[in-house]
Design a protein around this ligand. Sequence first.
Ligand code: AKG
Length: 280
Amino acid sequence: MIAKSEINFYKKNGYIVKKNLISKKEIFKINSIVNSIISKEKERQKKISNNGGTQKYNNSHFVYNTNSTKNKEILRLNNPQNNNKIFFKLSRHKKIISIVKKLIGGTVRFHLGKLNFKLPNKKKGSEVEWHQDWAFYPHTNDDLITVGIYLENCTEENGPLKVLPKSHKMPVYSHHGMKDFIGKIDVKKEKINTKKNVSLTGEAGTVTFHHCRMIHGSGLNQKNNNRPLILFGYRACDAWPIVNDGNPHHDVNFKNYNKNIIIGKKEINFNYLKFSSTST
Ligand SMILES: O=C(O)CCC(=O)C(=O)O
């Protein structure tokens, strides 16, 4: 499923793209579920007056471009794998997991999922500024990877994922503004040359893999579709989260945390977290 040369390419550049990894038949089924979930949500919205950008929090929820009821559009479905089993199965897809396993060192624990949309026709509001995923969820090591699955053909005009090759070997940059976390890098201030970025385009079913420290983002969508892109995050079993990012976390529920192990032995004791007192 993945050649040695591709693993070496990933190590050197921080990303790889596997064209048409997921079959058109599977993509067709997934898209019919996506369409039905979106229609249901739109119907639900009609019955609700202004209720904020995020409707409910059961770990799988919609994120909107605005809190207002006017011109409200869906930007994202968070954690689709908890919404419908078709996404759960996709998050455990053998072809994806066998590649992830090779790229992050042998063990695989599921981390998070998103189904991102881009507003059509150059509408502003869903561009993604340059960032490193690592800044959102630092771990005890950086064997973490983000996998992107295009559900529709994604050309340059659709606002594809863009990566800066080799940037996974650069420092982790500040994602803060004056004082608060703003989730993006000030590339001018950091003197980062973004001109050498690479667009990860591909037909529906194409799958992208990028390192958690890779600087990446995406621009406007000039077309009239909504560029559905599923993103799944995976981490090696020995990469422990330093912050609680709202996704399964060992401090919150160890059993749940272990349930996300796809390849690897379940930890049965917590000794690694016990601190011995050395104070006198
Ligand atoms: O949807 C996109 O174009 C990119 C999203 C992304 O990079 C992220 O959510 O971390």
